[in-house]
Design a protein around this ligand. Structure first.
Ligand SMILES: [Fe+2]
Ligand SMILES: [Fe+2]
Ligand SMILES: [Fe+2]
Length: 281
C-alpha cells in the first residue's frame, strides 16, 4: 500500500472522529451539568486525542488532514435514544478501524489504530451502559426553542469558535515551526473552551446550540496562515465587543467580554509569530 493510500484511509478515520466529537459534545451540552454529561464529554475528549494522533500521522506521511465531518447520528427523542445512536457510531468506528488495521502494513500506523480501537471498544460499552442509565436517572434534553437576539449571538459565537478550532488545528498540523505549532494547538484548545461556554450558556438560557462552521482558511504558507488567523481574530474580537454592548444580562456580558479579551490576546500572539516568520522570509 502506498503512503497516499494510507493517508486516504486515515483521513476516513479522521472524518469519523470529527463526527463523533461533535455528536457527543452536542449530547453533553444538551444535557447540561451532571455526571453523565461529564462522562460523555470525557469520551469526546478522547476522540479529540484520536483526531490529533491521526492528523499528525497523516502529516508525517506527507498528507493533508481532512476537515470534512463524517456522518453523524443526531436523531432520537430521548437521551436513551441518543446513547443508542452513540453505540451505533462506535460500532461503525470499530468496524472501520478493524478493516484499516487489516489493510495497512506499516507497523507504527497499525499500532496506533489498534490503540485507538481499544478505546472505541471501551466507549461502546460505556454508551451501552448509558442507554439504561439515562432511563433510570431520567436524563433530559434541556434544550429549548429560544430564537431571540441573544440566541442568535450565541450561535454566531459557536459557529465562529468551531471554525477557528478547525482552522488553528489545520494550521498547527501544517506549520513547520515548533513555536507556531505549539501556539496554534494552545489557542485551538482555548477556542474549544469558548465553544463550550457559549453552548452551555445557550442551553442554560433555553436555546439550542447549532454546531456548524463556516469556511476554514486552507493556506499552507506560514505567513498566509497567520495573516488569515489575525484577520479572523480581529473581526471576531470586534463582534464580541458589539455583542457585549447589545446584551443586558450581567453574566452574559461578562462571558462575552472575557472571550473578547482572549481573542485580543490571540491577535497579539499571532502577530508576534507573523513578525518572526516575515523576518525569516
Ligand atoms: Fe475515536
Ligand atoms: Fe474564541
Ligand atoms: Fe481566538
Amino acid at each position: 500500500m502506498t503512503s497516499e493510500q494510507v493517508v486516504d484511509l486515515l483521513n476516513k478515520d479522521l472524518e469519523g472522529e470529527h463526527a463523533a466529537i461533535i455528536q457527543y459534545l452536542g449530547h453533553a451540552y444538551a444535557m447540561g451539568e451532571g455526571e453523565m454529561a461529564c462522562e460523555i464529554e470525557a469520551i469526546a475528549r478522547e476522540e479529540m486525542r484520536h483526531f490529533d494522533w491521526l492528523a499528525e500521522t497523516i502529516v508525517s506521511l506527507g498528507g493533508v488532514p481532512s476537515l470534512v465531518r463524517g456522518d453523524m447520528r443526531t436523531g432520537g427523542d430521548s437521551v436513551s435514544d441518543w446513547m443508542r445512536n452513540n453505540v451505533l457510531q462506535e460500532d461503525d468506528a470499530i468496524a472501520l478501524y478493524e478493516e484499516h488495521i487489516a489493510a495497512i502494513d506499516d507497523p507504527r500506523t497499525k499500532r496506533l489504530l489498534e490503540r485507538i480501537l481499544s478505546d472505541e471498544r471501551s466507549h461502546r460499552l460505556d454508551f451501552a451502559h448509558f442507554v439504561d442509565k439515562a432511563k433510570k436517572q431520567g436524563a433530559e434534553d434541556l434544550r429549548g426553542e429560544r430564537q431571540d437576539r441573544v440566541a442568535q449571538i450565541l450561535n454566531w459565537g459557536i459557529e465562529h469558535e468551531y471554525t477557528v478550532i478547525l482552522q488553528y488545528l489545520l494550521h498547527g498540523y501544517m506549520a513547520r515551526s515548533e513555536e507556531v505549532k505549539e501556539q496554534m494547538e494552545d489557542q485551538a484548545v482555548n477556542e474549544m473552551q469558548h465553544l463550550g461556554w457559549l453552548a452551555e450558556e445557550m442551553v442554560g438560557g433555553g436555546g439550542t446550540p447549532r454546531i456548524e462552521h463556516t469556511e476554514v482558511d486552507q493556506s499552507t504558507r506560514p505567513v498566509d496562515m497567520l495573516r488569515a488567523d489575525i484577520k479572523i481574530e480581529k473581526e471576531v474580537a470586534a463582534g464580541y465587543d458589539r455583542a457585549e454592548k447589545e446584551v443586558d444580562d450581567a453574566g452574559l456580558k461578562r462571558l462575552l467580554s472575557r472571550i473578547r479579551d482572549h481573542e485580543l490576546y490571540h491577535v497579539e500572539v499571532f502577530s508576534d509569530l507573523l513578525r518572526q516568520e516575515e523576518g525569516q522570509g
